[in-house]
Design a protein. Structure first.
Length: 114
C-alpha cells in the first residue's frame, strides 16, 4: 500500500469533534473503510455495515476452510465406517431416518471447547 493510499484511508477524530461526522460517513460509503486517528495513533475503523458483514462472512469461511484442511491432514480412511455399518451398529433403518424431522447442522464454533 502506498503512503498516499494509506493517508486517504485515515480520518482525524477532530473532524468528529467539529461536527463533520456526516461528511466522514458519506466518504466511507463512497470509498470504503477509514481508520480514525486520535493523538497520532489509530483509534478505530469505520466501515459500512455491509462491508462489516462481508468481512465477518469471509473470516468465518476462512475458519471453516482451515478446519477442513486440518481434518483432511488427520484423515485416516481405515478409521471410517460406512453409513450402512453405522446404521447396523445402532439398529437404525432407512425408514427410521425418513421419519425423522429435519436436523440443523451445527458449525465448528458450536463445538469449541468440547
Amino acid at each position: 500500500m502506498s503512503v498516499t493510499s494509506a493517508i486517504k484511508r485515515t480520518v482525524s477524530i477532530s473532524l468528529f469533534n467539529r461536527g463533520q461526522a456526516g461528511k466522514v460517513f458519506d466518504e466511507v460509503k463512497r470509498t470504503g473503510p477509514k481508520v480514525v486517528i486520535k493523538n497520532n495513533e489509530p483509534e478505530c475503523v469505520i466501515m459500512s455495515p455491509n462491508d462489516y458483514v462481508d468481512m465477518i462472512d469471509e473470516l468465518e469461511d476462512l475458519k471453516l476452510l482451515a478446519l477442513a484442511y486440518e481434518r483432511l491432514e488427520n484423515y485416516d480412511p481405515s478409521k471410517t465406517i460406512s453409513q450402512e455399518e453405522l446404521m447396523a451398529e445402532f439398529g437404525w433403518s432407512q425408514e427410521d431416518l425418513d421419519d425423522m424431522d429435519d436436523v440443523e447442522i451445527e458449525g465448528p464454533e458450536d463445538y469449541a471447547g468440547r
